[in-house]
Ligand binder design. Sequence first.
Ligand SMILES: C[S@@+](CC[C@H](N)C(=O)[O-])C[C@H]1O[C@@H](n2cnc3c(N)ncnc32)[C@H](O)[C@@H]1O
Ligand SMILES: [Zn+2]
Length: 436
Amino acid sequence: MRPDPDLDLVERVEGRTRLLVPAASLGGGPPPKSPAFFNPLAAVTRDFAVLFYGARYRGSSARLLDALCGVGARGIRVANESGADILVHLNDANPTAAGIARRNCDLNGLGDRCAVSSEDANALMYGSLRSGPRFDAIDVDPFGSPVPFVDAAVSTVRPGGIVALTATDLSALTGRSRSSGRRKYFLSLHPTDFSREVAARALAAYGVIRAAAAERGARPVFAHVDSQYLRVYLEIRGHARAADESLDRLGHLGYCPTCLYRGVMDPGRGHRCPVCGGELLELGPLWLGELFDEQQLKGMLAMSDGMGWAARSKLLGRALADAGLPPYYYALDRIADSLGTCVPRLDRLLESLASKGYRAVRSWAHELGVKTDAPHQLFVEEVRRLSSCRGAASPAPPRRARCSGACSPSASPRGPPRTISSPSPGSRPARRPGTP
Ligand SMILES: C[S@@+](CC[C@H](N)C(=O)[O-])C[C@H]1O[C@@H](n2cnc3c(N)ncnc32)[C@H](O)[C@@H]1O
Ligand SMILES: [Zn+2]
């Protein structure tokens, strides 16, 4: 690392790209916004951006707007590492950040492939309608919520283009802060054990709704999420019928806090839980269609394998296996807590569900998440049966029982454990895949 006497910049290599970044951003705490923002922990999200745009535009050319670029890390890495013919426009309202982005382009020999500006992102996007040509892809990576930039992005990107949205206000998108979710995204949410997928589907739904207001269709083609970052990549189509089709894919999930049943809300059934008869909480509006485009994922996976990015490949493989499964998962640690038992071995649980004729895979969103089309009661009973803890009984004791040794270690529980109640005598037994 070489010090910079003026701004206290240091050089760092991320992926295969050299970056000058403020030394203070590498101190381990929250990165400062001044003189320019850079978060080393967001490197994962930038790896996925390299893979996404590389797979999307390999063999063609494209113009990408990195509308809130900071020191340019995302856009410059895409230009440098994606292997696609992508011209990148880097923009940041902070002129110091834009100046560092300019230096970073030159540092990587990309002077002729990058343009740099320092404007308000919305002014730049709406201005592109006058000054043209339109951007093929617009990447929106703000502090907190992308809401202030979504309208401009979805309405100005070229039809057929991509809008990528980052959100770090996950409390609003997961139901942890219900009032904030309502204010910013007009969402009605509650905390659940599958909140990471809820967040991705909620942000996708917001993009669909705002695109529809501009008479455009939108569908997610890729998403990833961790405890701090959520990114959803939307493909935008440019006519009113596409908008109607996209809106048709929105809906609500129902969640029962008593027995932890989850499923797509059926308006004909009202708010009664089909398993225990308790009251269902409604979550939405959410995108209920596929979150991933198969071709896109396969292209990203091939690139990721080629780069030797094993952890990214693992997640992409899980996303590929997600196709056709319900729009939620079960977080095994939370389910086990509720049963007063410990987490069964994941491979055994998946095998057992498969042997009974159901699909069951690991979630792309949560390390202990299971996605399955098995009925809720059958799934819960399998968790109970395959846990070798002593003391797992129904109704469950409130705390997790001691593990006798054959169980997976569970992550620490988030929030108080709930106890799953036994179904009421009148509830229907589970029968077919896809039924609750
Ligand atoms: C989270 S940082 C971007 C990080 C960057 N994309 C990266 O990967 O390193 C958000 C950036 O948005 C910039 N910003 C905030 N409001 C803006 C606006 N209205 N227009 C353009 N840039 C803005 C900030 O200066 C900051 O650099
Ligand atoms: Zn219930």
